[in-house]
Design a protein. Structure first.
Length: 225
């Protein structure tokens, strides 16, 4: 039996944070319009786990009112005391493609030393598909943090800007196979003769997942490979 909005609201208003978490999980079974209304008070909950769970769900529920979601997520991105909540806000902004938050994300990337937030910002900018992100993503390729660098490679592929091709090519010989794997994905998105030539090299990679990913993008119909 599916939960009712009234039953979920009762859980969300409970003093027990575990009940509030259960209520947030049950929101997924409600009509999205009702769920979006019910979730909003939990965005600023006193418990960081509750805030994280609530902000994470805005990736899907924010479509109900993108401008309201933008206001909420900008607030959590800039004001929340917990890095993982701020990172979740960046993720949701990317998933919703709220390009109005570009300047917020750009500023925080350059003024935060936290790898999780930086990685989430880079990934979000790739999802947004905003060409203004090119310079920041190219800068992130030089990050000393491997996870940020890997996210930047993926994001540049998603961005689809051909100007990213030349800066990406040296990563074909990177010692980290996960970076070569992400590069194969990115080159598959970017396309072109140079990308194909590097994909042909990666298709012979000694690490199977890298070789298979490169081969997939070299297939006449990658969706069927």
């Amino acid at each position: 039996m599916s939960p009712t909005p009234q039953a979920v609201q009762q859980l969300l208003q409970s003093e027990d944070y575990g009940d509030r978490i259960r209520g947030l999980n049950q929101l997924r079974q409600l009509d999205p319009t009702a769920a979006f209304t019910l979730i909003q008070p939990l965005i600023t909950d006193s418990n960081s786990r509750v805030r994280y769970a609530a902000v994470s769900q805005l990736d899907s529920l924010g479509h109900q009112d993108p401008q309201a979601a933008l206001t909420i997520l900008r607030d959590r991105l800039n004001q929340d005391s917990e890095i993982d909540v701020r990172a979740a806000a960046a993720d949701a902004l990317g998933g919703l493609k709220l390009t109005e938050a570009f300047s917020d994300l750009e500023y925080l990337y350059h003024h935060s030393n936290d790898w999780l937030l930086q990685m989430s910002i880079v990934a979000a900018l790739g999802e947004m598909g905003d060409r203004r992100a090119l310079a920041l993503l190219l800068e992130a390729l030089n990050s000393e943090i491997s996870l940020v660098k890997t996210a930047a490679i993926s994001a540049l592929g998603e961005l689809g800007d051909s100007r990213a091709l030349e800066p990406l090519l040296p990563f074909a010989s990177d010692s980290d196979w996960q970076i070569r794997y992400r590069l194969a994905q990115a080159l598959g998105h970017l396309g072109g003769e140079r990308a194909i030539a590097v994909l042909q090299t990666l298709a012979e990679d000694s690490v199977d997942p890298v070789a298979q990913e490169a081969q997939r993008h070299l297939s006449p119909n990658p969706l069927e490979s």
